[in-house]
Every structure is written in C-alpha cells, then in structure tokens.
Design a protein around this ligand. Structure first.
Ligand SMILES: NC(=O)c1ccc[n+]([C@@H]2O[C@H](COP(=O)([O-])OP(=O)(O)OC[C@H]3O[C@@H](n4cnc5c(N)ncnc54)[C@H](OP(=O)(O)O)[C@@H]3O)[C@@H](O)[C@H]2O)c1
Length: 243
C-alpha cells in the first residue's frame, strides 16, 4: 500500500477526487486538494482533515497563485492527479460556443496550465495521473465537446511524457466509465434521468453503475511506485462497458 507520499488532487471537493483524497489520507499520505468554491473547499477539507487551495481550473491566474502558495508552504509533490472536470451535455447542432469554450478552458487548458505551473514542485520521481473518460474511445450522444476536451489532454500527456522524462516525471491516464457522482446533476440530469442512466449499466459485465470507490484503485496504482516503469498507460475503469 502506498504511504508517505504528498499528492495534489485537482477538483477534490466531490466525487472521484474526494473519494481518492479520503482513501489516500486514510492510508498515510499527505493530500492537498483544490476546488473552485471556497465554502465547499473549507467544508470538505475540514471533514477530510487535509489542506485545500482555491484554484479554478479555467483561471491561469489562480493556478499561478496556487503554485506560488505551494512554494511558500515548501510543498514538494510526489503525485498530481488532474481530476477537475465538467460535463455540459448538448447535441452538436444545439451546442453553444460558450459551453465549448468553458469545457475546453476547464477540462483541457486547465490541466496543461497546471502541469506548467506545478512542474517545478514535482519531485524526481513523481507521477501525474490524468482522469480522462471512456468517451475518448466510445461515442456518447451529446458529448462532442467533452469528448474532444478529454482526447486533447491525452495527446498532451503523450507529449509531456517525452518533455518531462529527464525530470523523472511520468504521466498516465485513467478512463472512468459512467460513475455515479455529482457530475450528472451538475450536467442538468433529473433524478429520474440519472436512475435510467445508472440502471442501463446493469447490462455491463460489472452489472451495476460504478461509484467513486471503484475508481480509486487504478489511480492509486498509477501514483504508486508499483507503476514506476509505466508511461502513457491508459487504464479503462468502466466495468466492461461496450465489450
Ligand atoms: N462521473 C463520471 O461518470 C465520469 C466518467 C468519466 C470521467 N469522469 C471525470 O472524472 C473527473 C471527476 O468527475 P466526478 O464525476 O467526480 O465529478 P464531480 O463529482 O462533479 O467532481 C468534480 C470535481 O471537479 C471540481 N471542479 C469542477 N470544475 C472546476 C473548476 N473549474 N476548477 C476547479 N475544480 C473544478 C468540482 O468542484 P465543485 O464541487 O465545486 O463542482 C469537483 O470537486 C472529471 O474530470 C470527469 O470528467 C467522470
């Protein structure tokens, strides 16, 4: 079991990021989370017993401030989980430019800028894990911008593995399948629609919808020294969706 590492998780105030933070804390690691909402961040960090910084993934200025604050606090990172993300579902013909730009700003530009600014704080060796999605390889209606935003970061991860190799920084991705979190309600789905979606997952090999707890193992493995030789690996954690 991984312990004694310092790990920063972007978007740690809910869902997969929060569950991962809780697990890593409980297994003896120092965890730092980010969020976009100060009140929510204060609540969650108090409950988890970890440090938190406000840093909107869409804001280069806030990410730069985050890096500065971490430096001031003399924090060096063994791991970075690029997890913060949003999903604004819309059919291509009804997609708005504003939603496309915001999706790209948060899901794609944010991870790139975070990598840039936190690079000096990453130890040699260290591990970066990008929380992608199965939408990169499976088509879901209403997810064109979201799918593009995830595929673009996977391309960035490929390049970063070369550019950061000499610094001992390795990058890998996890592609969750549909996982029951706050993201569905934030995407505007009613409870009934969420249940219909989750029930449809009963047809997968796993036989049920995934929960945040199901995503922890793959991410923890990629953060740990057990995956030291892995570069640009993609672990699909989908319960066998679309086999
Ligand atoms: N759930 C799924 O079915 C699924 C499937 C595949 C991939 N994923 C990916 O998994 C990751 C985590 O999603 P989740 O399902 O755990 O969703 P979630 O429950 O909504 O959690 C998302 C986290 O990201 C934060 N966040 C959102 N926008 C942000 C921004 N602009 N700046 C900083 N933080 C921001 C959220 O903060 P707030 O609490 O303030 O909103 C929250 O902490 C995302 O990248 C998502 O695309 C999810």
């Amino acid at each position: 079991m991984m312990q004694g590492k310092t790990i920063l998780i972007t978007g740690g105030t809910a869902g997969i990021g929060k569950a991962l933070a809780e697990h890593l804390i409980n297994t003896g690691n120092q965890v730092i989370i980010t969020g976009r909402d100060q009140d929510k961040l204060t609540r969650v960090t108090a409950a988890l017993g970890c440090t938190g910084y406000v840093a909107d993934s869409a804001s280069t200025a806030q990410i730069a401030t985050l890096a500065e604050a971490l430096k001031q606090d003399k924090i060096q990172l063994d791991g970075l989980v690029l997890n913060a993300g949003v999903f604004y579902p819309a059919p291509i013909l009804q997609s708005s430019e504003a939603d496309f730009d915001q999706t790209m700003n948060i899901n794609t530009k944010g991870p790139l800028i975070t990598l840039q600014h936190l690079h000096p704080l990453l130890n040699n060796p260290s591990s970066v894990v990008f929380v992608s999605s199965i939408v990169v390889t499976h088509a879901f209606e209403n997810s064109a911008a979201y799918s593009a935003s995830k595929a673009a970061v996977e391309a960035i991860v490929r390049v970063a593995n070369l550019e950061f190799a000499a610094d001992g920084i390795r990058l890998n991705s996890v592609r969750p399948g549909v996982t029951a979190t706050e993201i569905q309600a934030k995407a505007g789905m009613t409870t009934t629609q969420q249940h219909a979606l989750f029930d449809s997952l009963n047809e997968t090999a796993f036989g049920k919808v995934l929960t945040p707890a199901d995503q922890i193992g793959a991410i923890s493995f990629l953060l740990s020294d057990q995956s030291l030789a892995m570069r640009n690996a993609v672990l699909e954690v989908s319960g066998g969706y679309g086999l």
